[in-house]
Design a protein around this ligand. Structure first.
Ligand code: ADP
Ligand code: MG
Length: 369
């Protein structure tokens, strides 16, 4: 099922009175986008940017200040959560501690009324199916307190799936898991999503997590959508400085630069020749893989140390025009053999270099000569 958000806005009233009254918080600001049927969409942004509020609006736990939510052609904006057919998984799982796993999963089915009411037999087979999807058959008799974090997470997902929801919403579902389990569980979520083909929104502040499993990512900042696209497209073509900085590990390197007579300068060094860009100060973003070690390369940095990362090497260096305290460039191990002295020189891969307006932080597209 396709989800359409149209001018969706949620404001929370500012607290306090009189002169102490704080401004309203616009947690979700005029969202207009479509989540295609059967896809997994990663909603990504720093803490407090409005991710949970967006999910709460979609599932109906909160009412929007303005705008509509459509499920396929149906306007669900005024429907109660129960009538929307949405499965939700919260960060803290919210399992019932006194019920065992089977009862927890079955719980949403017990309250179905009218034509939706299920027989005991139907409930059992639904629970079986959901438990099978998340592979927890052997845990059905246990209480949540007797499960690991990863297992509790699977139970929460099974409980969200048991009503055969039209939409699955996951709010930071992996943040309580340790690093290794997080990697494993995110693959698991991807597998379950592909198997059920249920339209899924996955909220996270972790770009790596969102990039690795999403069909599409939506990058948010302070309640405003910054960019929507396939993960690789957004990485390769960030719309603005915020998006460029938010995606990628190691992160993008940002330099103070300027365009002068068709040359891009970082410090005193002309690092690229540009076509048709007027003279102006710019922010220069260079992805770690955009640096090419070259003995007579135009960008010279002070070498701190090489860091070996398996097949690749990360060269750590500094430059007076760099905003990052350390510049990280990824090069292959062999080209590092010639690294001597205290200076390292690079040429740049122009496709990995982005320019941004100093004031608006919007991307400035350029072509090189
Ligand atoms: P995220 O999930 O991205 O961390 P939230 O959606 O929880 O962000 O919050 C977005 C903004 O809305 C924050 O500034 C938060 O303080 C505010 N907010 C969220 N819920 C409420 C609420 N019930 N009352 C007032 N402000 C809220
Ligand atoms: Mg949240």
């Amino acid at each position: 099922m396709k989800i359409v958000l149209s001018h969706l806005t949620k404001k929370f009233p500012g607290r306090g009175r009189g002169s102490k009254k704080k401004e309203d918080v616009t947690a979700v600001n005029d969202f207009n986008f479509e989540i295609p049927d059967g896809k997994l969409v990663g909603l990504l942004g720093p803490s407090g940017c409005g991710k949970s509020t967006t999910l709460n609006l979609i599932c109906g736990l909160q009412k929007p200040t303005e705008g509509q939510i459509l499920f396929d052609q149906e306007d669900v904006t005024e429907l109660t959560p129960q009538k929307r057919g949405v499965g939700m998984v919260f960060q803290n799982y919210a399992l019932y501690p006194h019920l065992n796993v089977e009862q927890n999963i079955r719980f949403p089915l017990e309250n179905l009324k009218g034509h939706e009411k299920l027989s005991k037999e139907e409930m059992r087979s639904r629970v079986e199916e959901a438990a099978g999807l998340v592979q927890i058959h052997d845990l059905l008799d246990r209480k949540p307190g007797e499960l690991s974090g990863g297992q509790q997470q699977r139970v929460a997902i099974a409980r969200a799936l048991v009503k055969l929801p039209r939409v699955l919403l996951l709010d930071e579902p992996l943040s309580n898991l340790d690093a290794r389990l997080r990697l494993q569980t995110r693959e698991e979520i991807r597998r379950i999503q592909q198997k059920t083909a249920v339209t899924t929104i996955f909220v996270t502040h972790d770009q790596d997590e969102a990039m690795s499993i999403s069909d599409l990512i939506v990058v948010m900042k302070e309640g405003v959508v910054q960019q929507i696209g396939k993960p690789q497209e957004v990485y390769d073509n960030p719309a603005n400085l915020f998006v460029a900085k938010f995606l990628g590990t190691p992160p993008i390197n940002i330099f103070e630069g300027r365009v002068e007579k068709g040359s891009l300068f970082i410090g005193k060094e002309a690092v690229l020749q540009l076509k048709n860009i007027p003279d102006q100060p710019v922010c220069v973003g260079i992805r770690p893989e955009g640096f090419i070690l070259q003995a007579d390369g135009p960008l010279s940095c002070a070498l701190s140390r090489p860091e070996v990362m398996g097949r690749d090497v990360s060269i750590v260096s500094t430059h007076p025009a760099s905003q990052n305290p350390a510049i990280r460039s990824i090069v292959d191990a062999e080209s590092c053999e010639h690294l001597v002295g205290s200076t390292v020189r690079f040429s740049l891969n122009p496709r990995k270099v982005f320019l941004f307006d100093k004031t608006t932080e919007a991307r400035i597209l350029f072509e090189t000569i």
